[in-house]
Ligand binder design. Structure first.
Ligand SMILES: O=C(O)CCC(=O)C(=O)O
Ligand SMILES: [Fe+2]
Length: 360
């Protein structure tokens, strides 16, 4: 790893250690994508085919581009994210009253998942993360407003701008993939219109420190169900499972006893679980299962999970902020065979085509 990469730290939180393996995510520049730089588009395409995860560098220098203002707000250490972090700690309090209301029998939608309310594996181990989902359609007035804690209602303008900016980043990425997949003009973007009803969500996650003698998985391994996910976190803990053939970046310093890495999963098939190092000014982007379906398997949605943050970060509460995009509710998920490339990759086998919203 180059020294400049290691120096990229988030002020105010313990550093991500140099003693663990990390995922070799490509760094794609939003600035260059906006300029339609072909080399950058190539890199994006490669990242989406090989791993399905990459960094999007949001630090722009060109002031008059459309996305500039809102994307600089979206920087991981930028004003919006700090606001969301304050929001999250306020949310802790509203979580509590919200939970009381739920327990008192009110029929509220399942937008909140409490700490330890999910089971991780066959042993019955509990998850170690809580999250709260906010629907795009609710905030943009496409569906009826859902009951929500007061703190969220007070943040509707910033949520709206976050949703709009994340959505425009996603449209830009879809545009590059659309061309490389040899699809008709704006085909993918047309399945993800901002104003159409869809299951897009903003998610706030919070994982408190785990006891030293019992550190484990906080959120179990999964692939995202939707199309493209935009993820902001400042602390480590996110891990991706690298497919055979993609090697992790080795530690630059030998491991200390405080982080015991379990690189290999139970199946021992050569795949390795490695940390994604959070970088200031960058979003982490990953593809979901819908993109694998649309592309007839050309694009990849990689399995990932959240574990206890590595090294000195283990003692600090971890927050993350996610935007999940999904195809519009009416869309049926299947290979877009009007592209010769996708038709060839999908082959003639009949495939299971499911509805984007209902999953049937
Ligand atoms: O918190 C993170 O870094 C990842 C969360 C995640 O993968 C999810 O909510 O689907
Ligand atoms: Fe995820």
């Amino acid at each position: 790893m180059s020294p400049d990469l290691r120096e990229e730290k988030f002020p105010g939180i313990p550093p991500f250690p140099d003693s663990v393996h990390t995922a070799p995510l490509l760094r794609i520049s939003l600035y260059k994508l906006l300029l339609q730089d072909p080399t950058e588009q190539d890199q994006l395409w490669r990242a989406c085919c090989d791993l399905g995860f990459f960094y999007l560098d949001l630090r722009l220098s060109l002031a008059n581009k459309n996305l500039y203002k809102s994307s600089s707000n979206l920087e991981v250490d930028g004003p919006l994210f700090s606001q969301m972090q304050t929001g999250c700690s306020l949310l802790e309090k509203s979580y509590f009253s919200y939970r009381l209301k739920r327990n008192s029998g009110m029929n509220l939608p399942a937008t909140y998942k409490g700490l330890g309310s999910g089971v991780l594996d066959k042993s019955g181990a509990k998850d170690r993360i809580e999250f709260y989902n906010v629907s795009k359609d609710d905030i943009l007035g496409i569906s009826n407003a859902l009951p929500a804690p007061a703190m969220l209602n007070n943040h509707k303008p910033v949520l709206r701008s976050y949703i709009q900016t994340s959505h425009s980043l996603i449209s830009l990425i879809l545009g590059v993939l659309n061309k490389r997949l040899q699809l008709p003009e704006s085909r993918l973007q047309g399945l993800h219109r901002l104003k159409a009803a869809s299951g897009d969500q903003v998610r706030f996650l919070r994982a408190p420190p785990q006891p030293k003698e019992d550190r484990g998985t906080a959120l179990e391994g999964h692939t995202d169900f939707g199309s493209i996910t935009v993820l902001f976190n400042k602390m480590g803990g996110l891990q991706v499972r690298l497919p055979a053939g993609i090697e992790p970046i080795p530690p630059s310093r030998s491991n200390s006893l405080d982080t015991i890495e379990q690189l290999h999963g139970e199946n021992g098939d050569g795949e390795k679980w490695v940390y994604v190092r959070p970088l200031p000014g960058h979003a982490i982007i990953n593809l979901g299962d819908a993109m694998v379906k649309f592309s007839g398997g050309i694009l990849r949605s990689d399995i990932h999970r959240v574990v206890s943050p590595p090294g000195a970060q283990a003692g600090t509460t971890r927050f993350s902020l996610v935007y999940f995009s999904r195809p519009e509710d009416k869309v049926m998920l299947g290979a877009l065979k009007e592209s010769p490339l996708i038709a060839q990759s999908a082959g003639d086998e009949p495939e299971e085509v499911i509805n984007s919203r209902t999953g049937y």
